[in-house]
Write a protein that binds this ligand. Structure first.
Ligand code: UD1
Length: 431
């Protein structure tokens, strides 16, 4: 029964270094199998989702050589299986990137339909639309997607919804298609640019990633490369909200401040101070934050993956804030947990009305998904008294050394596996 136990009320202070971006890494790892030469990837985050992805890659026959915690060498030369095992897919949703990668390289892929975080219905119709446009025949039978193509031919693809996953997946399938593919209404998230830069470093010819039109000229083959993944925008944003909610003062290092602008702007509107440096941001929490409204949107709008963490900070602000979730319909499941801590949030449809409170009070809560789990930890750190957070496996999917990074900032948190360990923590933090 691993859980976090937290004694709240300590303003976090000091420096934290952000790890590589999980969501960029998931795309990059899948793309890495598209070459027969060695690919060296650095700044890989050491989190569960990435480790499962690496297992899936070696399961299909690619060589995976973990050089250290954050560096891996992959060779896709000896891939024998174009069929990915169901076990991995159930554990990480992004394993659907194998469809684009295997289809692009071998013209054939067999991948079970993905599971993943339960934050709403997550169709893959846009991915399939893209693969079909490139000439693949795509069938879904018994929960498995099979994509086959004699030849992949460039196409002009217009996505009906802005989708991170579909943009990356179709981009991968198109890099070795014949001719010039154009993807319109593409997603613009930083990790799309990172996957495109990675593929280009392997010899692909992708232009316009980061805008809503991506142009891809097909190449015959992809070669080896060495590549360092960008810092994790969402991990950085989580620590920014943590600094604000605990009225702390934290220097968040190894970030690209440009990627954080939507979060920075909101924290400033709320009365916090945010200083930007070349590769760091410093957040100094206000004594009492002010209310504001947020609406999640595709990049460069406010990220849906930061919605729960920001809702916690808004709960501790003066006045009433509106949080509108426009990407996923089921992303307010943490609200009931926050109520147990004294939060005052009402959800109507895709809007949460957040009435500010003076402080949370510690309570036993359970993480409903990855980002909501991180948000509950923030609430616990800002709360009076003790909070325990269950189901922390979700949090470990996407945050490297979460409790260690928080402890280094003075936060009183520990991962415990028994009541005895929890009691020992309480004795320690009281003494
Ligand atoms: C990615 C991120 C996730 C983030 C989300 C939005 C990864 C591994 N995960 O998820 O953390 O919350 O972007 O920033 O990078 N949609 C369709 N049809 C499709 C695909 C998507 O209707 O074929 C809809 C979805 O239901 C959702 C919206 O489009 O409402 C955005 O989803 P998408 O950007 O695809 O999210 P993911 O790639 O799954």
């Amino acid at each position: 029964m691993d859980q976090y136990i937290i004694k709240g009320g300590v303003p976090l202070k000091g420096e934290v270094t952000i790890s590589g971006a999980k969501n960029a890494a998931l795309g990059i790892l899948a793309a890495a199998i598209m070459s027969d030469e060695d690919i060296l990837i650095e700044n890989l985050p050491d989190v569960k989702d990435i480790n499962v992805m690496l297992e899936a890659i070696s399961e299909i026959g690619a060589k995976v050589d973990r050089i250290d915690r954050h560096t891996v060498r992959i060779s896709g030369k000896d891939i024998e299986e174009i069929s990915v095992d169901d076990e991995y897919i159930r554990r990480i949703r992004a394993s659907y990137y194998f469809i684009g990668a295997l289809l692009g390289k071998y013209r054939h892929a067999r991948v079970p339909l993905p599971g993943g975080c339960n934050i709403g219905s997550r169709p893959i119709d846009q991915h399939i639309k893209g693969f079909k446009a490139l000439g693949a025949e795509v069938r879904i039978e018994n929960g498995t997607v099979t994509a086959d193509a004699e030849r992949l031919r460039a196409a002009h693809i217009y996505f009906d919804v802005v989708s991170v996953g579909a943009t990356i997946n179709v981009m991968m399938a198109a890099v070795m298609a014949e001719g010039r593919t154009i993807i319109e209404n593409a997603a613009k998230e930083p990790h799309i640019v990172d996957v495109a830069n990675f593929l280009n470093s392997m010899g692909a010819d992708i232009r316009g990633a980061g805008t809503d039109t991506i142009r891809i000229r097909g190449v015959e083959r992809l070669h080896g490369t060495e590549y360092a993944i960008i810092p994790d925008q969402i991990e950085a944003g989580t620590f920014m909200c943590m600094a604000a909610a605990t009225r702390g003062d934290v220097l968040i290092k190894n970030v690209i401040p440009k990627h954080l602008e939507a979060i920075t702007a909101k924290l400033i509107e709320m009365g916090n101070e945010v200083e930007e440096y070349d590769e760091a941001v410093r957040v100094i929490g206000a004594e009492r934050q002010r209310h504001t409204d947020i609406k999640t949107l595709p990049y460069p709008g406010f990220p849906t993956d930061m919605q729960p963490q920001m809702a916690v900070a808004l709960s501790l602000s003066e006045g009433t804030s509106m949080v509108t979730e426009s990407i996923f319909e089921n992303r307010f499941k943490y609200v009931d947990e926050l109520s147990r801590m004294g939060g005052n949030i009402k959800v109507e449809g895709n809007v949460a009305v957040v009435d500010g409170i003076e402080h949370f009070s510690g309570a036993p809560v359970s993480a409903p998904d990855l980002r909501a789990g991180a948000a509950l930890v923030i609430a616990g750190l800002a709360a009076e008294g003790y909070t325990t957070v269950d189901e922390i496996g979700y949090i470990q999917r996407g945050y490297e050394n979460f409790e260690d990074k928080i402890s280094a900032l003075g936060g009183l948190i520990e991962l415990v596996s028994s009541d005895r360990e929890a009691s020992r923590f309480k004795l320690r933090v009281v003494g």
